[in-house]
Design a protein around this ligand. Structure first.
Ligand SMILES: [Zn+2]
Length: 358
């Protein structure tokens, strides 16, 4: 191959803008080098092709950053517009950011006049609509393709901060701290770690929902049908689990509850002393009817009671209504028992009071 292509010279003065000329010169230089490489491998007999040609091309490309940088001189996008009443537009075009449009248009006009003169025309029609094409032909602007692209980022794989603990189940994901159900009555929110990969949950715990208020511990009040064991636990000062286990032995089932006799049996089995006839002792007339409000007023402040209203038990401990069911004060009291817990289940002061009353 003859190296007759002096592209660098061709690019030198074609009326292009400096940036365009530089870009074209860069690319033509690249072409010259490729042509040279082809010529030299051909001269070597072509036996070592294509490995040598390939390595030569790679060498050239590695050194071609000048040409690429020159192309980047086209770093502005232009839309051309004209007309006062009837608007015309053309574009978009890419070009260097420093085009002198007044000078370019002066050249366009001179070019058109020259053509008209050459053709022996009596008039020369100048149209803004032809300027864009002329600028492109002159290499001052380059038409560019416009593509609308819809983009959407999905978080897959998800962001997995390294400071989150590793999943104990799959060992690949990380545990995100997540809030579970909120129990507004207890001001408690459930929290747990959930794996970003497999969804495994662990490290379950409870925290106060409103940080300014204390959280009421889960004392069993929210277990469905738990009013009997809950009242026993409150009246006897026992953990709810103990009361539930004993009530279960006496026939209690979650969401179904248990009858009075079984509840009393469970309290007795837990070591409590249970006394009947409380309403009479407090001077309340069962015949005329006793409301919860009246009972609370009459209840002795140093005693513990279990009170039965329709379908529900509640504990009244040392004058405090420990009802978890929100029974109205107007609700009729159907029965009541005084509870003296087993001494071991009470605080020392309570135990002393209980033994003094025996
Ligand atoms: Zn996992």
């Amino acid at each position: 191959m003859e190296k007759e292509l002096r592209a660098t010279d061709i690019a030198a003065d074609t009326g292009n803008s400096p940036a365009t000329a530089a870009a074209l010169a860069g690319w033509h230089r690249l072409l010259d080098e490729v042509a040279g490489a082809l010529a030299s491998t051909e001269a070597a007999g072509g036996r070592d092709e294509p490995a040598r040609l390939r390595s030569k091309l790679e060498e050239i490309l590695a050194g071609s950053s000048t040409a690429l940088t020159a192309c980047a001189g086209f770093r502005a996008v232009y839309m051309l517009g004209w007309g006062t009443y009837e608007r015309g537009s053309a574009g978009p075009f890419a070009g260097p950011p420093d085009i002198d449009f007044a000078a370019a248009i002066a050249r366009f006009r001179a070019d058109r006049y020259r053509q008209a003169e050459k053709a022996g025309e009596d008039t020369c029609f100048l149209s803004e609509g032809e300027v864009a094409g002329w600028l492109a032909d002159a290499g001052i602007l380059a038409p560019i393709e416009v593509r609308g692209v819809e983009i959407e980022i999905d978080a897959d794989p998800p962001y997995e901060p390294r400071h989150w603990p590793e999943c104990p189940s799959c060992g690949e994901g990380r545990g995100e701290d997540r809030m579970g159900q909120v129990d507004h009555r207890r001001n408690a929110s459930a929290w747990f770690r959930q794996c970003t990969r497999c969804g495994h949950g662990w490290d379950r715990r409870e925290e106060a929902y409103r940080a300014s208020d204390p959280m009421i511990p889960d004392d069993g009040r929210d277990i469905p049908g738990s009013c009997v064991p809950y009242a026993i636990a409150q009246a006897c000062g026992l953990p709810i689990d103990l009361a539930i286990d004993e009530c279960r032995r006496h026939g209690w089932r979650q969401a179904r509850g248990v009858d009075d006799a079984a509840g009393i049996s469970a309290a007795l089995a837990l070591g409590a002393e249970v006394t009947n006839g409380v309403l009479e002792e407090l001077g309340l007339s069962r015949r005329r009817g006793v409301t919860l409000g009246a009972f609370l007023t009459a209840a002795r402040p140093d005693r513990r009671y279990i009170v039965k209203v329709k379908g529900h038990w509640l504990a009244v401990v040392c004058g405090e209504n420990r009802d978890a069911g929100g029974t109205r004060r107007s609700a009729p009291v159907l029965d009541a028992w005084e509870i003296r817990p087993a001494a071991a289940a009470c605080s020392p002061a309570e135990a002393q009071g209980a033994s003094a009353r025996r």
